[in-house]
Design a binder for this molecule. Sequence first.
Ligand code: 13P
Ligand code: SF4
Length: 384
Amino acid sequence: MDKLYSFGAARENRTLMGKAHTALNRACLPISAWPLLMRQNKVMTFLFQVDKFFIMDVSADIKKVTDPIYRKISKTVPEIEWAIHAPYIYKINKLKKEKNAVILAHNYQTPEIYHGISDFSADSLALAVEASKTKADIIVMCGVHFMAETAKLMSPEKKVLLPDMNAGCSLSSSITGNDVRNLKKKYPGVPVVSYVNTSAEVKAETDVCCTSANAVKIVESLGVKKVIFLPDDFLAKYVASQTDVEIISWKGTCEVHEQFNDEEINEIRKNNPGIKIIAHPECPPDVIKASDFAGSTSGMIKYVKDNQPEKVMMVTECSMSDNVQIDNPKVEFIRPCNLCPHMKRITLPKILECLENETNEILMSDEVIEKAKKSVKRMAEIGR
Ligand code: 13P
Ligand code: SF4
């Protein structure tokens, strides 16, 4: 029997540590990180996937359809893991055609989602723009809650589904609509620029949204001396370093990027002569300073594609290196990275379930949609 589809043997071998090892290996985490990851239920999510898989049918048709995808990602995804993913990938791709659904995936999604089922994968700005252009009836957002809400604001007439409603974001949860109203009282007349990593309620109080791809451009487009910039304090500091506009910031941080520090970056540079280090602007200012380039997730991907460095470190979420390595096989990736627990809530079984039953629909009142969509559309008009 083909090795990839020898499920009987795989079933016998799925000891707890074996399964945990595969999952952790993929996440490129040191052994010291295992207990933390276990606590965060990441391994349990993976085991759940394994268990769900064993009740699915496998056929030659699945193999025929999914083999070309596997050939592309085989250096990154182990065979035993692919055996679990393949039936889901087959079913989801079939179902999305039947339902005229589109799957939008953020760059932090795992390779089986990013390369296996997504119709469009990108940074948060491009996902928002794509959501406004799609002709599909259903949008499945493989990303976090604010991304699905943003898609709904761009296309209110569409059904937008999020495979796990608990996929949040530490930046988005750092600020409420009421906080923004209070800031506006404190700084009357000062325009509010909000990162898209915010709730629709915050966007409804915002003049114009931005992403890490266009934050400086958006701030400068207002033609004012001072702006309120929410909620990422590190992104605010990055913007302030690139413009003369005075920035009033909020104390939000990304729980993933705030963990990086310049000492570790400098150590990696010392041990890897010639390496290019590229960072997301949600990182602390010292990390950005120690890096060769800062940009949105798509900006970082473009950097690797255009420059083809011999060695690179992407100072960001772990799946980025996995996904970009697949498209840039000659580049060596040095991978200290941090997992986003929210992005990792999105799995193939959850995507299948939500698409099959059309559950987890993003719903907002007409009033919030009306108010919040203006700030998102204004951002999209200004562009990158
Ligand atoms: P991008 O807009 O760069 O894709 O970033 C979104 C995000 O949440 C990064 O943590
Ligand atoms: Fe939010 Fe950070 Fe996760 Fe991006 S990586 S979704 S900013 S918690």
